[in-house]
Write a protein that binds this ligand. Structure first.
Ligand SMILES: NC(=O)c1ccc[n+]([C@@H]2O[C@H](COP(=O)([O-])OP(=O)(O)OC[C@H]3O[C@@H](n4cnc5c(N)ncnc54)[C@H](O)[C@@H]3O)[C@@H](O)[C@H]2O)c1
Ligand SMILES: [Zn+2]
Ligand SMILES: [Zn+2]
Length: 346
């Protein structure tokens, strides 16, 4: 039996690097030697046990880039042994109503790696060939692994149909919100990033975000009014998951504006819906991403969104349990951590 190392949660707060069997690629699947695997907020949620969808034990990890080393029988979708690929980690059925209209991220039977099925924070991983996207030659596996969080931000921007010249208020300067601000600016819109932690806003300024607002120090509505010359933001993207922030999106949006909810709140939010009618707001959710990896890789390649600048550190696979424990304890110390699984993989 050929074995590999993998990061496994036996139950919440019980994480180890285990030795397990290398998976076999099944029909329409490829076996990938993993080069790099990102640690996501949702991996920390799995570690904490706050995601009710997860069954334990579970191998975690869904931000994966590597090299195809074998193909299973069936449809290869043009993928060949030796291809450098990134994993689109949302497995969909292809037959339900949302899948039939191309909204595969809303599949009724969606299976997310590390949540519903085992993930790939491991030396090898098998995945459907139609969910593999080739990596441009210039990108490292570490850069490519960071395409996944970028697709989340990108999907939020797409859902709000952001146009050049508009103002986009983004709440939450964590990886998702900060990158959304960079995407907005890549789209030639003006980003206004709002957070309650000054260090995160200072970091965002250093990365070139045009406007930052600390909502503990000034009234964001007034700040946005001043920045937009009274119009308010044509798009508001909620990336904090805080109930109060969700409520405030209604104040930050312009008349006829669009609000996109990407953050996952833990509790219900009550909203004054008269404001939605009065301003004629479009409010929508944004969940994961659908067919957006190609554009994400292109944004990284052209450095319109330089993901390496949000990289806090890289560690090897053996160090993953320790760093996940530390991120859980001190989240403000970290922006993005990527596990360099195989440093020598070309
Ligand atoms: N929709 C999806 O598919 C999807 C995917 C990934 C993450 N998410 C969600 O997106 C959110 C952001 O993810 P992240 O990894 O960047 O998280 P994060 O925790 O690193 O960042 C959240 C940021 O929000 C800030 N914040 C908290 N309360 C605030 C408030 N009242 N006003 C302004 N800012 C506030 C925090 O200081 C922090 O900087 C989370 O809710 C996460 O669950 C959604
Ligand atoms: Zn992720
Ligand atoms: Zn489906």
């Amino acid at each position: 039996m050929a074995t590999m190392k993998a990061i496994r949660l036996a139950q919440p707060f019980d994480i180890t690097c285990v030795t397990t069997e290398i998976p076999h690629p099944r029909e329409n699947e490829a076996l990938i030697k993993i080069g790099a695997a990102g640690i996501c907020g949702s991996d920390i949620g799995a570690f904490r046990g706050t995601n009710s969808l997860i069954r334990y034990p579970r191998l975690i990890g869904h931000e994966l880039a590597g090299k195809v080393v074998a193909l299973g029988p069936g449809d290869t979708h043009g993928i060949k042994v030796g291809d450098r690929v990134v994993v689109d980690p949302y497995r969909y059925c292809g037959a339900c109503y949302p899948c039939s209209i191309g909204r595969t991220n809303c599949c009724e039977h969606l299976q997310v790696l590390g949540v519903h099925v085992d993930g790939g924070m491991a030396e090898y991983f098998a995945h459907p060939t139609n969910l593999l996207v080739r990596i441009p030659d210039e990108l490292s596996y570490v850069q490519a692994a960071m395409a996944e969080p970028l697709t989340i931000s990108l999907h939020g921007i797409h859902r709000g149909r952001l146009q050049a010249g508009e103002y986009c208020a983004v709440i939450g300067a964590g990886p998702i919100g900060l990158v959304a601000g960079l995407v907005a600016q890549g789209y030639k819109a003006h980003a206004i990033l709002i957070d309650i932690v000054q260090e995160r806003l200072d970091f965002a300024r250093r990365l070139g975000i045009e406007h930052v607002v600390n909502s503990t120090k000034e009234d964001p509505s007034e700040a946005i009014r001043a920045i937009t010359g009274g119009t308010m933001a044509q798009q508001v993207l909620e990336c904090s998951g805080a109930n109060v922030a969700i409520r405030n999106t209604l104040d930050y949006a312009s008349n006829a504006g669009r609000i996109v909810l990407t953050g996952w709140p833990k509790r219900e939010t009550s909203l004054p819906t008269d404001m939605i009618t009065k301003k004629e707001l479009d409010i929508c959710g944004a969940r994961t991403s659908a067919g957006e990896f190609q554009e994400a890789l292109e944004l990284i390649r052209t450095k319109q969104v330089d993901m390496t600048r949000i990289l806090t550190e890289t560690v090897d696979l053996d160090q993953a349990p320790r760093i996940i424990q530390d991120i859980e304890r001190r989240p403000d110390k970290y922006m993005k951590v990527v596990i360099l699984v195989d440093e020598s993989l070309s």
